[in-house]
Structures are given as C-alpha cells and as structure tokens.
Write a protein that binds this ligand. Structure first.
Ligand code: HEM
Length: 419
C-alpha cells in the first residue's frame, strides 16, 4: 500500500506528524489532533502505523459504514485478536471460534447470524432488563461510603456492564466472579499491546470462557429459561436454521467484548462530562427525564469507540483519494462526531442539541450496534442512580488519567471521584 508523502494542504503541519503523535501512545486528549487532521487536505490521511487511511469527516465515515458492498468487515485476520500462531493447538482453537464473530462478516453470513438477535435487542425487549440493570448498578453503588474517594473506572464503570450481561445471559450467580475474569481476558485479546506470554495466557483463559459458554448453551438447549442464552439458542435465523455450536459460542462471546469496554467508557466519559459541565448537570439533576438526550450528547462528543476498520473489495474514492481494492481504511467515529459540517459548535456539550440523533457512536448501516438499546438503558440507569445516591459527587483529589495506548477504544484509566 502506498504511503502518504504529501504534506498538509491547508493545515499547519504535515498529517504524518499529527498521526505519529496521535498513535504514539502518549496523547491524553486526541480531539485537537482529530480537528487538525479533519481540516488538513481532504481529511483522509495514510497512517503507516495503522497501515490504513484514517478518515475523519462525517460524510466520508457515514458513507463507508453505509456502503458495505465496497467497504468490507471481513477483516478478523487484521485485528489484534486475529494474531495467532497456527502451530499452537490452543491458538488454533481460539482462532477457529473467535474468527466467527458476525461483526467481522459481510452478507450473507452477517445477515444470517444477525437475524437471530433481531427480537432479543429491540428497545421493548431490552426494557425487560431494566430490573437487572438497576439491581447490578444499585448493589455496586451501595458498596461505597458517602464522602469517600473512589476511582470509579475499575470499581464501578468496569463492573456494571459485566454484571448486567452476566445477569441477562443467565450466568449462575456463583460463576460471576470467574465470568468477570474470563471476560476481561477475552477482551484483552483485542488489545494490540497484549503480546507474548500475556497473549498466550489471555487465549488460554478465553478458551475456558468458550467452554463455559458452550456448557451453558447446552443446558439451555435442553431446559430453556427466561434468559438471553435461551433466546439465542432457540431463535431461528432468516434461513430457517439455528446457529451451530461454534457460531453460537462466538456470538455470545462477542456480546461480552462488544458491550463491556464500550459501556465502561460511556460511564467514565459521562461522569467526566457531568463534572466538567455543572450547568447541564444541574438541569439533569432537577429533571432526570433529560437523561436520554444527555446520553446521546455524551455518545456524540466523547464516543466510547473511536475508530473501526474496513477493507476495500473494489477500487473506490474516499475524500479525494482513489484507493485500490485491498486497501484498509480506518473511519474515525470520534473525529466525525465533531465535524462542524454536521454539528454546529461541535466541541460544546449541549444536551438540547437538536441534530445529535445522527451521531455515529453506534455507527450506521448493517453493522449498527446490536446492543445500542441496552447501552442506552445502562447509561440512563447508571447516571440516574449515581445522581440519586451521591447527588453532590465531585472530582477526587487524585488526578484523572486517560488511557493512551489503545487508539481504538479510548477512555479513562483513572477517574477518581469524591462521593
Ligand atoms: C456505549 C456502548 C456501546 C458503543 C459505543 C458501541 C458501539 C458499537 C459500534 C461502533 C459498532 C460497529 C462496529 C463496526 O461495525 O465496526 C458496534 C457493533 C456491535 N455492538 Fe456495540 N456498542 C456499545 C455497546 C454494546 C452492547 C452493550 C452490546 C451487547 C451486549 C453490543 C453489541 C454489539 C454487537 C454484537 C455488534 C456487532 C454488530 C454487527 O456487526 O452487525 N454493543 N457497537
């Protein structure tokens, strides 16, 4: 793939320099760099590190998501989780299952598998899980002492999504602790920084998770219960069949990786936005009914997932670039969500923003997030309960620290809060 040698046409420094800073592992706040890249040239720039063209403008990112015939998702092999050693039996078994995630598939494979989720994740169906989300959130919040300082990232934001998904999948209560450990290990296989012995260990633990999920699915096949695994096991695809065993385990595991870190980031980012915007926070505290709109604005201005990837199946033009089939592109959701061409005054946190229904935090098109309704419900319950239990919460004395090493899923590593 040809590298980009041209310097910025309209920016003040070359795009290569900005990209090197952006992915250098030290930038705390990537948004000013996204702004610079978006306004440099056509907003499309080659990153040697990502080996892809980084796409920053709203219209381009949305078009890539929409045109799935040109921009393929069949790219598991180029994700960090796709890095495995074919000579190692455990790696081979891991890849056999992990490569079947429908997120990394195009139609017809994608549409067949996705059709099994259609009924389970509608907003009405998800509403049935409100009790489970409330139970998980309240019990975690009640563990804290009013007046104490807590780093909410490891102790709350990371725990809520795991407790929620364990509860709605139907994981028995006594297995929640292990389930949490296994889920984090599997998620870490998607982190490019997890290599060598750490990666081997994460793969071994993921296999334990896969076996556990297979056992649970087997039980529910024989004895259906009122839980998500039973629904998925028994729902027919659009082709009239049910998912095979390997396909099934892969999709259930996908729910964990796709929903955990993203929702964790929504909580950390949202808490930060409430701390930084006392006016909006006062309005929400006075009227919790504003929360759904506030959450959409949190998702727009600081989306949990910053970028994704697509592979060109045919030649195409992106921005002003004519790119050949086989090129990788990296549409940047976080840059698109602050494109002034789509959102006036995009850096302002405005919970009354009229146009934020079109933000791309859950993307767009056939891969639009399956769990969006659940994530929105979790956000509403979490912020409502946080404001109810600790209405005066403020910043902790310890400084907050953003994660800098993962360019795909940026969020807070530490977010100390005084309750
Ligand atoms: C705030 C939280 C969340 C955000 C920001 C988010 C964001 C996204 C995005 C951007 C995609 C598209 C990825 C791509 O095609 O490249 C996606 C897909 C997906 N998400 Fe989410 N997600 C969140 C929560 C969840 C939850 C809670 C679940 C399930 C429990 C979930 C399950 C999925 C699945 C299964 C896909 C694949 C859909 C497909 O390929 O058709 N997500 N999500």
């Amino acid at each position: 793939m040809a590298g980009e040698t041209t310097a910025a046409k309209s920016g003040t420094r070359p795009a290569e320099r900005i990209l090197a800073d952006l992915f250098g592992g030290v930038v705390q706040d990537p948004f000013p760099l996204y702004d610079e890249l978006r306004e440099t040239g056509d907003g499309v720039h080659y990153s040697p590190l990502l080996q892809s063209f980084f796409v920053t403008r709203y219209a381009d990112v949305r078009r890539i998501a929409t045109d799935h015939g040109t921009f393929s998702s069949d790219l598991f092999d180029v994700t960090p989780a796709g890095t495995h050693d074919p000579a190692d039996a455990e790696h081979r078994r891991f890849a056999e299952i992990a490569s079947r995630l429908f997120m990394f598939a195009d139609p017809p494979v994608h549409s067949r598998i996705r059709s099994t989720f259609r009924t389970a994740f509608t907003p009405d169906a998800v509403e049935r899980w409100r009790g489970a989300v409330l139970g998980a959130t309240a019990s975690l919040l009640e563990d804290f002492e009013p007046g104490s300082e807590v780093d909410i990232m490891p102790r709350f934001a990371a725990d809520v999504p795991v407790a929620v998904i364990a509860s709605i999948l139907g994981v028995p209560r006594d297995a929640w602790g292990s389930f949490r450990t296994w889920s984090f290990a599997y998620a870490s296989t998607f982190d490019p920084m997890v290599q060598g012995e750490r990666r081997d260990e994460a793969i071994r633990t993921s296999l334990v998770l896969f076996d556990f999920l297979a056992g649970l699915a087997e039980q529910r096949r024989a004895h259906p219960a009122d839980d998500l695994i039973s629904t998925i096991v028994h729902t027919k695809t659009d082709d009239g069949d049910v998912l095979g065993e390997v396909e099934l385990i892969a999709q259930i595991a996908l729910l964990l990786v796709a929903g955990n870190e993203t929702t964790t980031n929504l909580i950390g980012n949202g808490v930060t936005l409430l701390l930084d915007n006392p006016g909006a926070r006062a309005e929400i505290t006075a009227a919790h009914g504003l929360l759904p709109k506030a959450i959409e604005e949190m998702l727009r201005i600081d989306p949990p997932l910053h970028l994704t990837f697509r592979l060109l199946t045919k030649d195409a033009t992106v921005g002003e670039r004519h790119l050949p089939a086989g090129t990788l592109v990296a549409p940047c959701i976080a840059a698109a969500n602050r494109d002034p061409r789509a959102f006036p005054d995009p850096g302002r946190f405005d919970i009354h923003r009229a146009e934020n229904g079109k933000h791309l935090a859950f993307l767009h098109g056939i891969h639009f997030c399956v769990g969006a309704a659940l994530a929105r419900l979790e956000g509403q319950v979490v912020f409502e309960e946080l404001l109810r239990h600790y209405p005066g919460f403020g910043s902790g004395a310890e400084p907050a620290v953003r994660r800098t090493l993962n360019a795909v899923s940026r969020g807070w590593e530490k977010r100390p809060v005084l309750l």
